[in-house]
Design a binder for this molecule. Structure first.
Ligand code: 13P
Length: 265
């Protein structure tokens, strides 16, 4: 494992209220303030309604704050959408695009994700593009094809300079959420390397530097083995991270191992 910057993040989906999010972020900061942020990035992606107060809870840039979705225009007749200007106003740094629940429950397409990616980059945000194959696609041997398509279409038209603000999360649809099956480490390792190769093919040197995360039923047992995958830069966690103390325990287990590995080099 390379001694590169390591990322840990959580998407709280449609779970935490304003009070719960504030409490979560405050506790997470209290538990992790001592970890050197030059080699470690912590991000939290809560509901839209919590962003403004969550931003006020932030201290010393300990936590990067993200939105779960974004409309691709600054304003207009788009009932129910939230624009980049609105997200900027509440202190967001990061915009997540293409989460599996957006793609599969709300029928978002790669073309829609691409509009959001480009708009978020144009407005100065970091973008977290989520990709992943369904169980059916996996069964049909189409995983690589799907991942390649989601990268090529989702990140189409991005210039090399903007790749410095792109993150990618590999979240196999069949591994996410209460009915998700934990991934086999070897499978995750293989797909993360495939994703890295696709990013290099699309963006050359810029593609080598894009942080790539794994998400989907990450927990206290599999976090460490997953963190040892060759082409991984971080973990993106749902349920196992929603209690700040549990999240911190996972963060510490991975950090301790990384420190040992980096010292050994
Ligand atoms: P779980 O960790 O709960 O499977 O959720 C992962 C996820 O969807 C993060 O975006």
């Amino acid at each position: 494992m390379a001694c590169k910057k390591w990322y840990m993040g959580t998407n709280t989906k449609m779970y935490k209220t304003i009070a719960q999010t504030n409490q979560f972020i405050s506790r997470l900061q209290e538990l992790t303030f001592d970890i050197d942020r030059s080699s470690f990035e912590l991000f939290v992606i809560p509901s839209f309604t919590t962003l403004e107060s969550a931003n006020r809870c932030r201290k010393d840039n300990l936590v990067k704050l993200g939105a779960q979705n974004m409309g691709w225009e600054e304003q207009g007749q788009y009932t129910g959408e939230i624009s980049p200007l609105m997200l900027r106003e509440v202190g967001c740094d990061l915009v997540m695009v293409g989460h599996s629940e957006r793609r599969h429950i709300f029928m978002e397409t790669d073309e829609m994700e691409n509009k959001k990616v480009r708009c978020a980059l144009d407005h100065g945000f970091t973008v977290l593009l989520c990709i992943g194959e369904t169980e059916q696609e996996k069964g049909a041997g189409q995983s690589n094809e799907v991942l390649r398509r989601q990268i090529q279409l989702g990140l189409a038209g991005i210039n090399e300079k903007d790749t410095a603000r792109v993150w990618v999360a590999y979240e196999p649809v069949w591994a996410i959420g209460v009915n998700g099956k934990p991934v086999e480490i070897g499978y995750a390792d293989e797909k993360l390397t495939y994703i890295r190769d696709c990013l290099k093919m699309e963006f050359g040197k810029g593609g080598e530097e894009i942080p790539v995360f794994y998400g989907g039923s990450v927990n206290a047992e599999n976090a460490l083995p997953l963190s040892r995958c060759k082409d991984i830069n971080g973990l993106f966690i749902g349920r196992s991270a929603w209690d700040a103390d549990n999240f911190n325990a996972i963060i510490r287990a991975v950090q301790d191992n990384r420190e040992k590995c980096c010292l050994a080099k």
